[in-house]
Write a protein that binds this ligand. Sequence first.
Ligand code: HEC
Ligand code: HEC
Ligand SMILES: [Cu+2]
Length: 476
Amino acid sequence: MNLRRLLRPLRSRFLFLIPVAPALLVACNKEDAQSTFGTSGPIANTQADLFIFIFWIAVAVFVLVEGALIYSIVKFRRRGSDDSLPDQTHGNNKLEVIWTIIPVLILIAIAVPTVKIIYDQDGWPTDQGPVLEVKVRAHQWWWEIEYPGEDVVTANEIRIPVGQWVNFSMHSDDVIHSFWVPKLAGKMDIVPGDVRELAMKADEAGFYFGQCAEFCGEAHAKMRFRVKAEEPAAFQDWLASMRRPPVELASTDAIDGQKIFATNCATCHSVNTWQAPAARNERTRLAGLRETFLLDQDLADEDRVNLIAAPNLTHFATRETLGAGLIDLTQENLEQWIADPDAVKEGNRMKDLAAPYRDGTLTPGDVRQLAAYLLELEPVAAGTATVTPGPDTPLKRGEATFAANCSGCHSTGDDIVFGPGLAGISNRGEEAYIRESIEDPGAFVVPDFSNAMPGNFGTLFSIEEIDELIVYLKSL
Ligand code: HEC
Ligand code: HEC
Ligand SMILES: [Cu+2]
């Protein structure tokens, strides 16, 4: 049989590879946002180098083994009508020892650098300056970000300084997720109930793509995020800006939007963590929302309060993306998100749970005003407001604590936001009742409301802070 005839069926069978091959090769483009070849930090660089090293060993093995195979097929093929058996080489000790030892040597050559790098990359170098700690908490399907000790909380976009080691300590509030910034480091699974740590460093400024890399439910593929690496001074400026108050709203749309937000959106989203107490409370607030959500699963439809932990929106206008790193933050995209979040990101919990979507009460006008409001949420310029003059009476301090911690659920009039309106609260009970309502809200649950007020204010606030709150509440 001649060789051409032998190869003919193969040729047609593998024709489909011709259109597919370029598609496969595209995955190797260094410039792509999630390419593991276009690396920008020491962790990813080392991992890519190790990959290339193993890749070339595999190429050499492939060429040698396939070469030997093809050579034997051609050289020892059956010729003419000679039916006699070729020489048999069973039990050739020399050959068998050689082809056992070679793979062992290859595996050792791969194992030594691999194991070394696994140990090297556990933690961070101790001789390269201070390490920035960033807390990441994964939620279905977005990321909560906290800078411990800085009183800064944000979501979905993580700012880090270029050239400094950053240690991400990661938790999950629900299922297993995986944190992956391909250009900076390999992925790390985040398991509920456990803390996982992953250190990395960005050598170049950039807006790096991140992606959850462990299937975690309906919107998993769209659970993205960004890491924005910027010069250390710019990073410090950003941290400081996150603690400054927002600019005064300028447009009437934004001012109207703020009211719509307070009644429809503030139950899940906070916009006030530029204030330190609110920033410190954000984690507990989100954990409380998560508990309400779990509790909700057991309730009949009419009893459900439908709350869930949601991304922090403080100074939202300074972000560049929306929907957990999914699309650019533009007026048009934002309006589309608010009008119908599911059209942008199928399965997200905002559309499922937020009351205005269940009741279909948001008008196109509301949507426009809400977007206008969110797009005006940015900090005042540095120097304009070095912390608004401290409220100095107990009443004023109580008011500030209330604005930062309670106003998302309570109006100071008669309107029900999520909890009861608090106007005239002192007529509803003695001071002891108000105190108990704050410190132990479960002790007496106001009829027709669910027991969904966070239970940790008693430990979160000092005795003075609670006294001030009561002074303020009694004034309503
Ligand atoms: C039931 C709780 C809940 C309510 C109420 C709610 N949201 Fe959301 N919102 C979420 C959740 C959860 C997400 C994250 C969705 C995702 O990315 O999977 C989200 C995401 C967002 C985002 C994108 C944030 C980001 O960083 O990508 C914006 C903007 C937003 N919501 C605005 C609003 C507005 C405006 C309202 C009021 C009309 C509102 N939300 C009401 C739960 C809620
Ligand atoms: C997550 C929403 C939420 C937050 C935040 C919240 N509350 Fe409440 N609050 C409720 C709900 C729901 C009730 C009614 C159920 C109950 O009595 O526990 C309530 C009840 C109350 C009552 C009793 C009202 C009455 O009519 O008798 C007081 C007083 C009160 N809250 C004060 C506060 C203060 C002060 C803060 C901030 C430190 C605060 N709440 C934060 C949801 C909230
Ligand atoms: Cu995930």
